[in-house]
Write a protein that binds this ligand. Structure first.
Ligand SMILES: C[S@@+](CC[C@H](N)C(=O)[O-])C[C@H]1O[C@@H](n2cnc3c(N)ncnc32)[C@H](O)[C@@H]1O
Length: 172
């Protein structure tokens, strides 16, 4: 997925903030926001991105993907790495990500835990004890189309055990 130097990007479920740091390096004339609902993740992400935060290029906020504290049509790109399977309301989270994207803006979801991948058995065991969702390829496609995304593409490497799902907010 191309990242443009002036992009405004949101990383949801940013965890310790390493993805935010990589995105900020790529969009070096833009701005990157990270949100996470866990205070410990926010603290770690702020620590790792402290220079970019001081330079005004990165903002980390404590928030849930289910209620994003951003105006409609704010971001060129929304990223979600290893997080969507934890969202308490997956459809609601996807609709929120779609809402904050500019028309033509893109969203990418990346995960190693999904139904059909190399780690599926482990994921299945985890779902018995947690609220974690284990979606297959078709369910990943549906989660994008149901939220209103167009140009939905799914890439999968079952042997290595990862899935990457992408979609674009329609222009109209
Ligand atoms: C496995 S970590 C992944 C962190 C990071 N994206 C990465 O790839 O290293 C999952 C993160 O998603 C966050 N998370 C889960 N549900 C969330 C929600 N509803 N809203 C915001 N963050 C959430 C967790 O707090 C956790 O930091």
């Amino acid at each position: 997925m191309p990242i443009h130097e002036r992009d405004t990007i949101l990383d949801v479920g940013c965890g310790g903030g390493r993805t935010v740091a990589k995105l900020a390096a790529a969009a070096h004339a833009g701005q990157v926001y990270g949100i996470d609902y866990a205070a410990a993740s926010v603290e770690a992400a702020r620590r790792i991105n402290r220079e970019a935060i001081a330079a005004g290029r990165v903002v980390i906020e404590e928030a849930s993907v289910l209620a994003l504290p951003f105006a409609d049509r704010t971001f060129d790109l929304v990223t979600a790495a290893e997080t969507h399977f934890w969202w308490q309301d997956l459809a609601g989270g996807m609709r929120e990500c779609h809402r904050v994207l500019t028309p033509g803006g893109r969203m990418i979801v990346i995960a190693e835990f999904y139904n059909g991948g190399r780690h599926a058995r482990y994921a299945e065991r985890l779902t018995k004890f947690t609220a974690m969702a284990s979606l297959d390829v078709d369910q990943h496609r549906a989660m994008f189309t149901d939220a209103g995304f167009a140009d939905v593409q799914i890439d999968e490497d079952a042997a290595k055990g990862w899935i990457c799902a992408r979609g674009t907010r329609r222009l109209i």
